[in-house]
Write a protein that binds this ligand. Structure first.
Ligand code: GDP
Ligand code: GDP
Length: 458
């Protein structure tokens, strides 16, 4: 049995229905031991080729002296602690209720892997509820219908890589540093995983110092080996612990140069850097202090922004600079002028050779990643929107004022917002910029790409 899945959610969202669907006839009601798992049903589940244990927080409706919210909370906590993965169900026809929000909070804090399921999503009656579910901060909701069996292939798609991960973890003695090949798409919906390494790419022109930097991060004497012959070399990565944070560093010229199998390969072209960007959550654009902001650097920084990655600018070879203060001022001005789309992104000076500044680089990466994952509640957003509208009302093309009605954060990584409004096509770019810059300032999201979508209503 590869893992345990807990189905959690408030009463009546369809947990038992889903439980029965996953378990089918194989239901093995376990444990009559009083007190232990009395309220948790457990069964052997099957989905495609996956075999796992599923637990359901049944019995919530039973009357006890304890209040339902209190019981629900306790039971959910227990299920969460027992499970490897939590499937959190809401009733998409009802939408998000306060009880859902209480449980979501528990899951955000306590669960390692959460999949958000919007149940009863058959037909069209559930769309509004699905949209609302984004605001729970648990990633993209999976549309399912436990009763009609819809969405099971999608559930499989979410569970399968996790199952693999658990299997791998179970294999003893995983090497500390491994080079592997990965074609995972970071944009695909997936479970939130705390244990997942932070994925970074170090990109920059040849000779910027990428390999020196990565080897410094890894510890100099750790020799990397290349991918096995025959495996696609599209995305090579190495995992490491950097100042307490588990990171996975993707594909760079430096790594490949050091990779023995790949010795004969020439330095990577820009397109290899571009590929690394696709796999990364945070892109470190490494500049050479002597020749910063070359067109190649600008191109890749811009691409990282357009791809929606968090960006950290690192200026390398800082040990060779004499007049550091003047130089830094100049760099910051150039950065603002040449990469306005990355406004507020951190700029860190480092020396890959001596290791100076690497602690600040690490901190900047972790912070950028946090910001990239930032979730603002719908309530906060709408309070904020009201103030923004009052300070600077939207324009009135042809005498008709554009009305902004409602705002919600539809996604993270990077943060994406939806504003419901009248005449979205008439909204000038300048007003969108006003909102985006305001979001950046007021919700502390410097340097991360922010997506704002206007959606018409009625
Ligand atoms: P639980 O309390 O969370 O275990 O919820 P149940 O599984 O008992 O389901 C509550 C009610 O929702 C039942 O009447 C189910 O038939 C119904 N239900 C469950 N799944 C679906 C679904 O996908 N679509 C619809 N329309 N109803 C569902
Ligand atoms: P890559 O092509 O980006 O992987 O660059 P390398 O890591 O191969 O470095 C290119 C050259 O710059 C090498 O001669 C390094 O020794 C040198 N270099 C890298 N980092 C630093 C640094 O922080 N300071 C100085 N002075 N030289 C560096």
């Amino acid at each position: 049995m590869s893992f345990t899945l807990a189905i959690v959610g408030r009463p009546n969202v369809g947990k038992s229905t889903l439980f029965n669907r996953l378990v089918g006839k194989r239901l093995a009601l376990v444990d009559d031991q009083p007190g232990v798992t009395r309220d948790l049903r457990e069964g052997a589940a099957r989905l495609g080729d996956l075999r796992f244990t599923v637990i359901d927080t049944a019995g919530l409706e039973e009357a006890t002296d304890e209040s339902l919210p209190g019981r629900m909370r306790k039971l959910t906590e227990r299920a969460v602690d027992m499970a490897d993965i939590c499937l959190f169900l809401i009733d998409a026809r009802v939408g998000v209720t306060p009880a859902d929000e209480v449980l979501a909070e528990i899951l955000r804090k306590r669960a390692a892997h959460v999949i958000l399921g919007a149940n009863k999503a058959e037909g069209n009656a559930a769309e509004a509820g699905v949209l609302e579910a984004y605001a729970l901060g648990l990633g993209e909701p999976l549309r399912i219908s436990a009763e009609h069996g819809e969405g099971m292939p999608d559930l499989y798609t979410m569970l399968q890589p996790l199952a693999d991960e658990f299997d791998k973890r179970a294999e003893a003695d995983a090497p500390e540093t491994e080079v592997d090949v990965d074609d995972e798409d970071p944009d695909a919906p997936r479970a939130i995983t705390k244990a997942k390494p932070l994925q970074i790419a170090v990109v920059g022109r040849p000779n910027a110092g990428k390999s020196t930097l990565i080897n410094k991060i890894l510890g100099e004497d750790r020799l990397l080996t290349g991918p096995e012959a025959g495996i696609t070399r599209d995305a090579i990565s190495v995992q490491t612990e950097w100042d307490g944070t588990h990171m996975r560093i993707f594909d760079t010229a430096g790594m490949r140069k050091k990779a023995k199998v790949q010795e004969k390969l020439e330095k990577l072209s820009v397109s290899d850097g571009l590929r690394a960007v696709k796999f990364a959550e945070v892109v470190v654009v490494l500049l050479d202090a002597a020749i910063p902001f070359e067109s190649q650097d600008l191109r890749i920084a811009d691409l990282a922004e357009r791809e929606g990655r968090a960006v950290v600018i690192a200026v390398n070879k800082w040990d060779t600079e004499d007049d550091k203060q003047d130089k830094l001022k100049m760099l910051k001005e150039e950065f603002e002028r040449l990469l306005p789309q990355l406004r507020g992104a951190p700029l860190v000076t480092v020396s890959a050779k001596t290791g100076r500044g690497l602690d600040r680089l690490q901190a900047a990466i972790v912070k950028a990643h946090t910001v990239w994952n930032r979730r603002v509640t719908t309530a906060q957003l709408n309070r904020w929107l009201a103030v923004m509208l009052e300070q600077h009302p939207p324009p009135a093309p042809q005498g008709k004022r554009i009305k902004l009605r409602y705002m919600t954060q539809a996604k993270t990584r990077p943060p994406g917002f939806i504003v419901m409004c009248s005449h979205p096509d008439k909204m000038p770019e300048s007003y969108k910029r006003y909102l985006v810059n305001g979001l950046r300032e007021d919700f502390d999201m410097p340097g991360t790409p922010i997506r704002l979508t206007l959606r018409g209503q009625g």
